[in-house]
Design a binder for this molecule. Structure first.
Ligand SMILES: [Zn+2]
Length: 244
């Protein structure tokens, strides 16, 4: 039953290659998740930075507005002495008063902006700490995944070379049958006889006469239901229905 040993060996290699391919396929997905998390945290930091900058700009423009108003009020104040009529004098005083009132509102606004800036700055620092901490870790994890991929690729190439050797040693007719079945049902083409009369692949009961032939284990059989290679297990308990 050297054929069986080779077949089992071939399938073991194919399963190994399949497993390596699954692991390799997961790596880009894992990297993508890390990159997307990184992007989310980067965006949060950028939004926090932009909010600080916006509030800062608003504060500066409000302060220069206050300065301009002060300048205008001072200028009016200096002109008061030269005003001839009472009506004009009153009007100028009212204008000065209006600038002062406006500035009082603007100063309140500046105080609120300072409070807001404190909060925004705190938020920016949290976002920065979080991003920097995560970025260092994520970049390490990404490069580790890339290294893993290179190792898995090498393992896969080795497994494929071994597989080729085993396939070449196999009888072409058997190999062809194996490949055909494998294309249909994947790397589960070989089954054991279970409880003396059941195909371990499809779990169906075999004809008694056929099951008896498989139990004798003189040659390789194919399940009459599912077409899998069928073989007698090593354990006599499993092979002999009388013990069940
Ligand atoms: Zn079967």
């Amino acid at each position: 039953m050297g054929e069986l040993v080779n077949l089992l060996d071939l399938e073991r290699q194919d399963r190994g290659i399949e497993r390596l391919e699954q692991l390799l396929a997961e790596i880009p997905v894992q990297i993508e998740v890390l990159e997307s998390d990184l992007q989310t945290k980067r965006s949060r930091l950028e939004a926090a930075q932009a909010a600080v900058a916006k509030a800062e700009k608003k504060r500066r423009s409000t302060e220069s507005h206050i300065e301009a108003n002060q300048g205008k009020a001072q200028k009016l104040n200096a002109q008061l002495m030269g005003i001839k009529t009472n009506r004009e004098y009153k009007a100028a005083l009212a204008e000065i008063e209006a600038f002062n009132k406006k500035n009082s509102d603007l100063e309140t606004e500046v105080l609120l902006l300072f409070d807001q800036l404190d909060e925004l700055e705190q938020e920016r620092q949290i976002a920065a700490t979080e991003f920097e901490g995560f970025a260092a870790d994520a970049e390490q994890r990404i490069s580790r995944r890339q290294e893993q991929a290179a190792v898995l690729e090498a393992e896969k190439r080795d497994a494929e070379t071994s597989r080729e050797k085993i396939a070449e040693a196999l009888e072409p007719r058997l190999l062809k049958r194996y490949e055909k079945l494998r294309k249909k049902i994947g790397n589960h083409t070989i089954a054991q006889l279970v409880k003396g009369s059941i195909c371990g692949g499809c779990n169906l009961n075999l004809r008694p006469q056929f099951a008896a032939e498989v139990r004798r284990g003189e040659k390789l059989h194919y399940c009459e239901n599912c077409n899998r290679f069928l073989y007698r297990p090593e354990s006599p308990d499993e092979a002999d229905p009388e013990t069940h």
